[in-house]
Design a protein around this ligand. Sequence first.
Ligand code: SF4
Length: 320
Amino acid sequence: MLTVDIDTNSGFCAGVISAIGKAEEFLKEGERLYSLGAIVHNDAELSRLVGKGLVTIDKEDLEEMVAAEGEVLLIRAHGEPPQTYATAENLGFKIIDCTCPVVLKLQQRIKDAYLKHLESGKGQIIIFGKIGHAEVLGLIGQTDGTAVVVENIAMLENCVKEGSIKLDVPTEVFSQTTKSPAEYSRLCTRLEEMMAGYNELSVERFKGRGLLTVHNTICSQVATRHERLSKFALEHDIVIFVSGKASSNGKVLCDLCKSLNIRTYHIDSVSEIKREWFRADDKVGVCGATSTPKWLLEEVAGYILDLNKYVPEWEEKFIN
Ligand code: SF4
């Protein structure tokens, strides 16, 4: 018989809970609320909020607007660059700023580093993150667009080769809040090796020069999830990972599960579940991203438990 556990650490993070709470509070009044980008990367949860009056627009929609006097715009937990606030205010929007406090703090740290470099006339900022991701665009905006974004070590090495990242200037590295702590650590180690080599120093001697500062900016809620989810993936025969396919955090966490449990499947709704994935006595683990609602995890778990009805004889090894 299939048994199913839901990962108690999966589900909305504090930033998403707060943004949705503020949206619902406003929508209670029956007024229209614009959200710049999807408030959460989850179609089911989005539809629920659309039913209450939430209208999702993108940057292009915002730029094409001519006036928005009396309208209200929600800035989601990912945050936005300063330019977005200026555009929205010039159009006449009232803003409900739901930028997560953790992201706000990161934006401020990057801004401080940028201003310090401007004052001293030298320095560079590197951001480990997904190119084009809303949070990353908000971070680059703190540096007047000068920060270099790298997604992985190959990209870092390429930027060094092309000269967009220099190895002999004061360098500060920050991470998007939802990246993998292990990958961030590997990337920073590689950068340190390259900088030490370029400056003809051993890594140990290079450390004392203060040329490279690595900031620990991965959200603690995400970092602890990595540890707990690793254990969860190993403890189950099969892992059903539930999140919108556009969720950056979902991709990172699902890849983590896949690296530990080859029988990991990424779905965004019950309609994607296939009976042939399961074996009759599987211990199934259901988990998700920071944008996956608890009710959806429960729906998926219930659907999988119901598959037991389709197994006529328990001697069968496979359901199909
Ligand atoms: S993952 Fe962390 S930083 Fe990002 S919105 Fe959630 S609580 Fe905030």
